[in-house]
Write a protein that binds this ligand. Structure first.
Ligand code: NCD
Length: 354
């Protein structure tokens, strides 16, 4: 009997809870699609793997050992939306664990110009590769690809490296890993106040990080944004339902003295339909050497990057600036995620140089 395959619209109309089991295999996460997939226990496991990879990579012989772990696997990087950091971070993560990689970044150079569907292009990749890492402008597209693979002969894990305005789950992992490292000697992530600033409506990084922080207790979130770009009512009710204390404001000044972590973002004007961004005054959402004096002395400042004017570069040398450290953390957390999905994390114990 042939199974009936749902259309993308039908598939995505289902509740997320009904879709999530499709992204697991043998009781483990397999496809990485949205932040709601990650339990607290999973986060702790992943942070520990990332810490160990980082430590091993600094030992003599550590790099060679790590690179021996997945030498037999290949990864495809399929990035049809612009990317510098996420692409290079995944590429470096693959290199750390020894995977060889292929890439398509410009669909005009692939057979899609001959009229091949993106679905067929992805199916081609899964024939050659053991992991697909993708970024695409269409929300839910990579989720649908993961679903479709169930009906294909070969099923490889798919990682979402950014799905339009929707989600960026591995960015959230690296953000929360950075918070975890920053706060580990100060009682951890729970019980702290997290500020998010900028284009909160269209920024996928903020949405994914906010979902992920609901895994911790006693959290307060302050969303500082122009009214036009405040968080969506859906996200707000999700957070409230999860017990998060939510404060929305259009004043960055109001947030500054309260936060333990401040997540800055840029205007996502690539999603403008008719120049909306140009009608909003963003100068009120910039960090300067002047206004950061109002922040706690041990707060942290995060940014998924790229930045435009949201953070004065003079702040980079302030000990609270964590955005460059986020990049390194991202590389290790993505390497950890790859090892985990291939069930290889126990092999780290074989390294004798520690
Ligand atoms: C973010 C993204 O692409 O969503 N960047 C990134 O992945 N590091 C944030 C952004 O582009 O503003």
């Amino acid at each position: 009997m042939t199974a009936t395959i749902m259309s993308r619209e039908e598939y995505l109309r289902q509740d997320l809870d009904a879709r999530l089991p499709n992204y697991e295999k043998d009781g483990r996460l397999y496809d990485i699609m949205v932040s709601q997939q990650f339990s607290r226990e999973f986060l702790e496991t992943l942070f520990d793997i990332a810490d160990r990879i980082n430590a091993i990579s600094h030992q003599p012989g550590g790099d060679d050992f790590l690179a021996s772990l997945l030498r037999h696997k290949r990864a495809m990087l399929y990035f049809t939306q612009p990317s510098t950091r996420t692409f290079l971070s995944f590429l470096s993560a693959c290199q750390i664990v020894g995977m060889r990689t292929g890439e398509v970044r410009d669909p005009s150079l692939s057979s899609e110009v001959k009229g091949e569907s993106q679905e067929d292009a992805l199916r081609t990749f899964s024939s050659y590769f053991d992991l697909i890492i993708m970024r695409d402008a269409k929300p839910g597209f990579c989720e649908y690809m993961a679903y479709l693979q169930q009906f294909a002969g070969r099923n490889v894990p798919i990682f979402n490296g950014g799905s339009g305005k929707d989600q960026h789950p591995t960015q959230a992992l690296l953000d929360v890993y950075t918070m975890h490292r920053s706060f580990q000697d100060r009682g951890g992530i729970s019980g702290k106040t997290y500020g998010f600033v900028g284009d909160l409506l269209r920024g996928r990084a903020v949405r994914s990080a906010a979902y992920l922080l609901t895994r911790y207790s006693g959290i307060k979130m302050i969303f500082a944004a122009p009214v036009e770009f405040q968080i969506s009512p859906e996200l707000e009710s999700y957070l409230v339902e999860k017990g998060i204390a939510v404060q929305k404001t259009d004043s960055l000044e109001e947030a500054l003295p309260q936060v333990d972590s401040l997540y800055m973002t840029r205007v996502q004007d690539e999603y403008d339909v008719s120049g909306e961004s140009s009608r909003v005054d963003y100068t009120r959402y910039h960090l300067t050497c002047e206004n950061i004096r109002r922040m706690k002395s041990d707060a942290i400042i995060l940014h998924p990057l790229p930045r435009r004017f949201e953070i004065d570069p003079a702040i980079d040398s302030d000990p609270r600036a964590m955005y460059w450290r986020q990049l390194r953390n991202g590389m290790y957390i993505r390497a950890a995620l790859i090892l985990y999905v291939f069930g290889m994390e126990d092999r780290l114990a074989e390294f004798g140089g520690m």
